[in-house]
Design a protein around this ligand. Structure first.
Ligand SMILES: *[C@@H]1O[C@H](CO)[C@@H](O)[C@H](O)[C@H]1NC(C)=O
Ligand SMILES: *[C@@H]1O[C@H](CO)[C@@H](O)[C@H](O)[C@H]1NC(C)=O
Length: 196
């Protein structure tokens, strides 16, 4: 019994904290208006009389992303930036392509929980859930290209890629700080800062 109460409390807190970020919509739709200068949390709504079916669709996820980069992977996002009808709806999607041994490097989404499934090839796992804020990665462990589709619980999940954020920040973190934080020689930090 106690266990159930704890679970219910935990779920209620989870809902409360999510609501605090992306409240339930108070209208049937609020297509993002990219032309207005209004500053709101999210995007202002386009005039409903000029909303059309194309505001609710996107074409392009059938196309493989270009994986010729040091990660050996490419994320193709479908967030409110690509699909204006997602505004206020608290949901989005990505396609990820991976070369053999390609990685989507460790990163975190500040505003979304993610559920990912493998469509083609082999990642380390089949369906994954990444709770909001958790640092995660994927790697193609097969001998052919892999494709995954993921859904995220925000119209604008955000992404913080750890290596870029730590070693590529502008302005730089001081090399002494990073050397001490990562317990390595400063020359290692210098090298990483040149890469990122
Ligand atoms: C893929 O990206 C690489 C590196 O940026 C570029 O040289 C190449 O032309 C791109 N390929 C296609 C098909 O766009
Ligand atoms: C590698 O992937 C991360 C996460 O998708 C991205 O932020 C970063 O820009 C990518 N790096 C390169 C060199 O493509």
């Amino acid at each position: 019994m106690e266990k159930y109460i704890i679970v219910i409390l935990a779920l209620s807190f989870a809902c409360l904290s999510l609501d605090a970020f992306e409240p339930s919509p108070l209208q049937d739709f609020c297509v993002a208006d990219s032309t207005t200068s209004a500053r709101v949390n999210g995007h202002a709504c386009k005039n409903p009389s000029s909303v059309g079916a194309n505001d609710f669709s996107f074409s392009g996820l059938h196309m493989p992303g270009n994986t010729s980069n040091p990660n050996g992977s490419k994320v193709t996002p479908v967030t409110v930036s690509q699909l204006p009808g997602l505004n206020t709806l608290g949901i989005s999607m990505v396609r990820i392509d991976y070369l053999p041994w390609g990685i989507n490097p460790p990163h975190t989404h500040p505003r979304a929980t993610e559920i990912l499934t493998v469509i083609e090839g082999s990642l380390q796992g089949d369906v994954f859930v990444f709770p909001v804020g958790l640092v995660h990665f994927q790697r193609n462990v097969g001998t052919v290209n892999a494709v995954a589709i993921a859904a995220l619980s925000s119209q604008n999940p955000g992404v913080i890629t750890i290596a870029n954020a730590v070693f590529g920040s502008k302005p730089d973190f001081s090399g002494d700080v990073l050397a001490k934080a990562f317990q390595v020689d400063k020359s290692v930090v210098d090298q990483l800062q040149t890469i990122f």
